[in-house]
Ligand binder design. Structure first.
Ligand code: HEM
Length: 505
């Protein structure tokens, strides 16, 4: 009997394996035919020193520990080509920083690409929300969120005023060297909660108000785990642990507090003012707490870290470039720019301020690298063959990484001084403007296409206002002695490893 069962099992295993082999072979032949039809040639291959591409993972972890991960990716593209093929943990993966290919991934061939394992990797912390959704659910989240982010909702800048006043108060009352970066993370948490959920958690005034184990600590811990899960792609599940689960629980508890506080308060100022508060609309559409929690965490991720990084890098650069700061101060002098008179419209009419923010996001894009996965076999238009201009085949299930950080530092797009912080370049004729595709897809801090950032205008308005107010209030915002080395810290966003320390007067 036992022999009969074993034979049966072996028989079925052989059938399954053979069926998989045949399906795989059929797929390969079909892919080959597509490649042939489009004249595809292989992209240059990033060399490996060890079998299965294990060395790639080692390089990534080592470079990250040395705070130079983005430099490693930049080096890979410069060494190999703007579109490359690589072996990563035994599977073939691709990378590109070619504007025409980025246009395809993000817009024209949007339907051929999905978010891949992102949902599974981040689900323990993010749950169901705009970043982890695809298809109809994603579209629905975008539709609910869009009215919230229309600029008339923050035209007067009122939603930012209290938090920026709190920041200035801290700067006025503390002596000596101050690290602006953690303050910016608290500021953007306060403005995001005020704007999106109708009430600020006021973490600048009372950091402890955000929970015993603060949201920020738990969120940062969970993000570190998620970042390492991303690095293993399909093998993400190998990275899990008690600390990660606890951090996720703490973040969820924080979101639950927001739900309880906001939905029970019938006298919230925002509700009385009739302003669109996204959380209320989401709550009307669902009574499911997990769904509400997911949307909250997704939006806090979108709104807090990205803008806090932009602000931190802006001041990091301003204090190192006194000539830029002086020029910016000169733009603020006209009476129309007094703190109480400022509006979004006035900020938009400060071209040098806009150039400073644009240039900061060029060199330090908050989301410097991203990965999409092909949902079906598709073709990217350029990067293959000896001339590196032939189409490249992307078989179904391929991971395609793109580094906006490396894209923004291409000398052929930005000139030989592409690594230099120079806001003036945005008023000049840059190489990328000579080609329509490069002009549109060569600068992507907010990405582009159907999944483009919904908070771009909000973020630039918030960053502009938050940058201007300390400049108006203090005569000097200086670099403390001994502060000169740049070190980047990578999670889902790129922050400054050792913070943004300043002396204000
Ligand atoms: C400097 C600040 C910011 C930068 C650089 C930035 C950048 C980005 C990028 C690159 C994406 C695409 C991510 C992806 O598909 O993986 C994105 C998506 C998104 N961002 Fe932003 N963002 C910023 C601020 C904000 C703010 C303040 C909000 C809202 C308050 C926001 C809301 C969103 C949303 C909702 C999405 C998801 C869009 C979708 O998947 O359909 N962002 N952002």
């Amino acid at each position: 009997m036992a022999l009969y069962i074993s034979s049966l099992i072996i028989f079925f295993l052989i059938i399954i394996v053979s069926a998989q082999y045949l399906a795989h072979r059929r797929q390969r032949l079909a892919d080959k035919a597509i490649g042939h039809r489009h004249g595809c040639l292989s992209a240059p291959r990033l060399p490996n020193q060890r079998p299965f591409g294990i060395d790639r993972l080692e390089q990534i972890f080592r470079a990250d520990a040395e705070s130079r991960l983005m430099e490693l990716f930049l080096f890979h593209f410069r060494q190999t080509g703007s579109t490359l093929e690589q072996k990563f943990l035994g599977t073939k993966a691709y990378g590109t920083i070619e504007p025409a290919n980025l246009e395809a991934i993000l817009a024209t061939q949007f339907k051929d690409f999905g978010i891949g394992p992102r949902r599974a990797i981040t689900f323990p912390i993010f749950g169901d929300g705009i970043f982890t959704q695809e298809g109809a659910d994603w579209k629905c989240s975008r539709d609910v969120l869009r009215p919230q982010l229309q600029h008339r909702q923050y035209e007067s800048l009122d939603v930012f005023r209290a938090a920026v006043d709190d920041l200035l108060h801290i700067l006025e009352t503390r002596n000596g060297v101050i690290d602006l970066q953690p303050l910016f993370f608290r500021l953007t948490l306060d403005t995001s909660t005020a704007f999106l959920f109708g009430e600020s958690v006021k973490s600048l005034v009372t950091p402890e108000a955000t929970g015993k184990c603060t949201f920020a600590t738990a969120f940062d811990t969970a993000q570190k785990w998620v970042t390492n899960r991303f690095r293993l792609l399909d093998l993400y599940w190998l990275v899990d642990g008690r600390e990660f689960r606890q951090a996720c629980r703490d973040v969820h508890r924080f979101a639950d507090q927001i739900i309880d506080r906001n939905l029970s308060s019938s006298c919230s100022e925002e509700k009385e003012s009739g302003r669109y508060v996204f959380l209320d609309t989401t709550a009307q559409n669902t009574s499911d707490r997990a769904a509400l929690r997911g949307q909250i965490i997704n939006l806090l991720t979108a709104g807090r870290d990205t803008t806090a990084c932009l602000l931190s890098w802006t001041f990091f650069l301003l204090k190192r470039h006194p000539n830029v700061t002086a020029k910016l101060r000169a733009e603020l002098t006209p009476t129309g720019a007094s703190p109480s008179a400022l509006t979004r419209n006035i900020l938009k009419k400060m071209p040098y301020l806009q150039n400073v923010l644009k240039e900061t996001l060029r060199l330090y894009p908050s989301v410097p690298v991203n990965t999409h996965t092909t949902l079906r076999t598709t073709v990217l238009s350029t990067g293959g063959g000896p001339t590196r201009t032939s189409p490249v085949l992307m078989p179904r299930g391929s991971a395609v990484a793109f580094s906006v950080y490396a894209l923004h530092r291409r000398p052929d797009l930005y000139g030989m001084d592409a690594e230099v912080f120079r806001p003036e370049r945005w008023d000049e004729d840059m190489p990328l403007q000579r080609d329509a595709t490069a002009a549109k897809w060569g600068y992507l801090p907010f990405h582009g296409g159907p999944r483009t950032c919904l908070g771009m205008d909000f973020a630039l308005t918030e960053a502009g206002y938050t940058a201007v107010r300390p400049l108006q209030r203090f005569h000097t915002i200086a670099l403390p002695e001994g502060e000169s080395v740049e070190k980047q810290a990578m999670t889902l966003v790129m922050s400054i490893k050792e913070g943004c320390k300043v002396e204000v007067d």
